[in-house]
Design a protein around this ligand. Structure first.
Ligand code: NAD
Ligand code: ZN
Length: 364
């Protein structure tokens, strides 16, 4: 029961295959991207230890010989040095324009490999096989690739769409529960921005949504939602900014917490709950909808308020100043993604900073 979602970008349209066994089901549409019968596959040491043998066996059953490139796990590999390592590995293996490279891993591997593919020989194709829930529902779809620089996260990169995305649930079996829940926050986010029926489905499934066929449905729906936004605004000049729901608040908490204490998805969960609470405070959205958002996050084990994060030393002025630093802002004003209801987010390009600060003080 493999679900298929098409990201409609004209002659660059591509499919996302979702479900347990999606990799072995891919067959000819995967093999078509490897005219030389070999597949250069970039992954990290951690994912290689857990999945490389099985993935290699599956690809060899399809007639592909795998040439792995294994890099260090973690965000530090999304760097100039990491980019150099991957590009050199592709050139060492004489990659040709006609062949694709596979990214097998989380968002770090996907962003790094996608950027390496974008610049190697002025662009080779790539295929995403995401192995974290975050990567399956968010980073592997939409074509944003890149690395971090000393000036900031994702400050060097390119829009480079994959040719195929294979979101195989079997690869998530080894994912720690905390990582799984953190990735799930991005599914909730997608539903809250613009898919109220999906949110109702998630609410009805409760904690059971984190596994099994319910998860496949949720992943496919979140991908389909992101696909619609990306098709409308590939380069983020307009509606694509809606995908930042919960992220302006969330990034502030991430930035103010000690390194590696809170997960990105946990900050997004709290940020999303706050975006709804703030919308209710402003009178844009009903308090009932804000309460449903917080209740569902808690039902799946995600935090829904700053006090539920694994760090507690928050300061409202510092958080608001972090929100002002967000790279999405224009003219020194804070851009917020707020909501009129569940499934009806909107962009406020100039939030009232004094009101926001007063609100944040009530939330800590
Ligand atoms: P990650 O890639 O670092 O993976 C997290 C950890 O999980 C790593 O240690 C990894 O080795 C391990 N791991 C991966 N798959 C596993 C599995 N199946 N079982 C057990 N462990 C596994 O992090 P992530 O959360 O997947 O991605 C975060 C990155 O994604 C950030 O750099 C962020 O900027 C980026 N991102 C990009 C986009 C985009 O649109 N391009 C969107 C959102 C996030
Ligand atoms: Zn995110």
């Amino acid at each position: 029961d493999i679900l298929r979602v098409t990201v409609g970008l004209g002659d660059r349209a591509y499919d996302v295959l979702v479900g347990a066994g999606a990799l072995s089901a891919a067959g000819p549409e995967l093999v078509a991207h490897f005219p030389r019968g070999r597949a250069i596959l970039v992954t990290d040491r951690h994912v290689a230890d857990l999945h490389l043998d099985a993935v290699t066996a599956q690809l060899s059953r399809l007639g592909l010989r795998v040439e792995p490139v294994i890099i260090a796990p973690g965000e530090t590999s999304k760097s100039w040095a990491g980019l150099e390592q991957v590009v050199d590995a592709l050139l060492d293996r004489n990659i040709e324009r006609s062949e694709a490279v596979i990214a097998l891993g989380g968002g770090v591997i996907g962003d790094l490999t996608g950027f390496a593919a974008a610049v190697t020989k002025r662009g080779v194709n790539f295929i995403q096989i995401p192995t974290t829930l975050l990567a399956q529902v968010d980073s592997s779809v939409g074509g944003k690739t890149g690395i971090n620089t000393t000036h900031g996260k994702n400050f060097a990169g390119s829009f480079h769409q994959p040719k195929l995305v294979i979101a195989d649930r079997d690869l998530l079996a080894t994912l720690p529960d905390r990582e799984r829940r953190a990735g799930y926050a991005e599914i909730v986010k997608a539903a809250l921005i613009g898919d109220a029926p999906l949110f109702a489905q998630l609410e009805a499934a409760g904690a059971g949504v984190l596994d099994g066929a319910d998860l496949d449905q949720a992943v496919a729906a979140a991908v389909a939602f992101k696909a619609r936004i990306v098709a409308e605004d590939e380069r983020e000049t307009g509606v694509r900014a809606l995908l930042n729901l919960g992220h302006t608040f969330g990034h502030a908490f991430e930035a103010d917490a000690p390194k590696d204490v809170i997960r990105h998805g946990e900050a997004v969960a709290v940020g999303t709950a706050l975006a709804f609470a703030y919308s209710a405070h402003r009178g844009d959205c009903s308090a009932d909808h804000a309460a449903r958002v917080a209740a569902h996050l808690r039902a799946v084990g995600l935090p829904a308020s700053p006090a539920e994060l694994a760090h507690s030393d928050w300061n409202a002025a510092s958080l608001v100043s972090r929100m002002r630093d967000d790279k999405k802002n224009r003219d020194g004003r804070i851009t917020l993604i707020l909501a009129r209801a569940i499934g009806a987010a909107f962009i406020d390009p100039a939030a009232d900073e004094a009101d926001l600060l007063a609100f944040m003080e009530t939330q800590l």
